[in-house]
Design a protein around this ligand. Structure first.
Ligand code: AMP
Length: 218
């Protein structure tokens, strides 16, 4: 099975991907995480991607498709995998449909209004130690707060600054939203209401996944 998580930045793709990974043991492949790791390690891919990412723009289709193709070929993806943040453009979706043909593909489009996304992303902090996602407002904590899980320092992603968030949303509407039509025409497309608690949203995802229970590991 291949699970594709669509939806704007900040809609909860990463969080829901983690829930699916935990429950069904498919690896979650986040194009954003892979790119951030490449930037950190200063690989040739990371050097090319960094400026685009900091501006909230998309990295070239060619680079991202090659990166994902290679990741999907790893042995842990044999049973299935979750794509989080890929594809993000029509050319990427077209290229993906030619990879791993014949595998069951489900698309979850997690939908959240722009105003809620701006609030969520402005409040998002990432643990520099374990990568856990926190909300600055939810704990009423200060900017200097540390991670409840590991004590690591919480930092704001460069592209979660307000001016970049706005641009990421414009990029989403222009380049990624057209994928809704692409996938709707392939009848594997499920709209998921993304407002509510993590558990509420995951229940909506599970309701769909459980209709394919014979293809899932629990
Ligand atoms: P994310 O963590 O998914 O919000 O991605 C962070 C940034 O990585 C995006 O704003 C893009 O610059 C880049 N990125 C992630 N996934 C893709 C993709 N599928 N295509 C192009 N750029 C991507």
């Amino acid at each position: 099975m291949r699970i594709v998580l669509l939806g704007p930045p900040g809609s909860g793709k990463g969080t829901q991907g983690e829930q699916i990974e935990k429950q069904y043991a498919f690896p979650r492949i986040s194009s954003g995480d892979l790119l951030r790791a490449a930037v950190q390690e200063k690989t040739p891919l990371g050097r090319q991607a960094e400026a685009f990412m900091n501006r909230g723009e998309l990295v070239s289709d060619e680079l991202v498709v090659d990166m994902i193709r290679e990741r999907i070929a790893a042995p842990d993806c044999r049973q299935g995998y979750i794509l989080d943040g890929f594809p993000r453009t029509l050319p990427q979706a077209e290229r993906l449909s030619g990879i791993d043909q014949g595998r069951r593909e489900l698309v979850f489009d997690i939908l959240v209004p722009d105003e809620a996304i701006i609030r969520r992303l402005s409040a998002r902090r990432i643990c520099s130690g374990c990568g856990a996602i926190h909300s600055f407002h939810s704990g009423g904590s200060s900017d200097a707060a540390t991670c409840a899980a590991c004590g690591g320092r919480l930092i704001q992603r460069d592209d979660d600054r307000p001016e970049v968030i706005k641009h990421r949303l414009e990029v989403y509407h222009a380049q990624t939203a057209p994928l809704q039509e692409f996938y709707r025409n392939r009848s594997v497309y499920h709209r998921i209401e993304g407002l509510g608690t993590v558990e509420d949203v995951f229940q909506r995802v599970k309701d769909v996944l459980e209709t394919y229970s014979s293809e899932l590991k629990h």
